[in-house]
Design a protein around this ligand. Structure first.
Ligand code: ZN
Length: 172
């Protein structure tokens, strides 16, 4: 497993719409392993393939945040089948929008159809943090970031801040 570099906003690649996976093979499984390693090393609870520059509809998640009890979840070609009318609010962050957080409303429950690590069709009934996390990650597949739900002003302030950090960052 390899830890990959996580792309950060502003970056056009993050705005791409990811493509469906035709079949889950060795290559996809290796990608999922690398994504998981990358997510854990960055202390995240979810990661979409596009965040490491791969435009495939693949997501990894582990919402437990417990180093001693890993419970990884893998989603290939996820589709939301049902959404709750009721909303829940979480303060969201994103590995591609470092150190920025904002309260976002999303449907409280949702049902997601997807292929798992072995390419088997599964259905997940998600609620609470799990529902929010999967919806956040699925947004990445459409090139959407959580800051897109904020006011124009707030969003542009965040992007400005991130651009500034990027332009002064040196890697030696
Ligand atoms: Zn994210």
């Amino acid at each position: 497993m390899t830890v990959k570099i996580i792309l950060t906003e502003p970056n056009k690649i993050l705005r791409q719409v990811s493509k469906p996976v035709e079949r889950v093979g060795k290559e996809e499984q290796k990608l999922m392993n690398d994504m998981l390693e990358t997510m854990y090393s960055a202390n995240g609870i979810g990661l979409a393939a596009i965040q490491i520059g791969v435009p495939k509809r693949i997501i990894v998640m582990d919402i437990r945040k417990d180093e001693n009890k890993r419970e990884p979840m893998f989603f290939v070609n996820p589709v939301i089948k049902n959404k709750d009318e009721l909303k829940s609010t979480y303060e969201e962050g994103c590995l591609s929008v470092p150190n920025q957080f904002a309260e976002i409303d999303r449907p409280k429950k949702c049902e997601v159809e997807y292929l798992d690590y072995y390419g088997e069709k599964k259905i997940l009934k998600a609620e609470g943090l799990l529902a929010t996390c999967i919806q956040h990650e699925m947004d990445h597949l459409e090139g959407i970031l959580f800051i897109d739900y904020l006011s124009k002003l707030k969003k542009s302030m965040i992007i400005k801040k991130l651009s500034k950090i990027k332009s002064t960052r040196i890697v030696v």
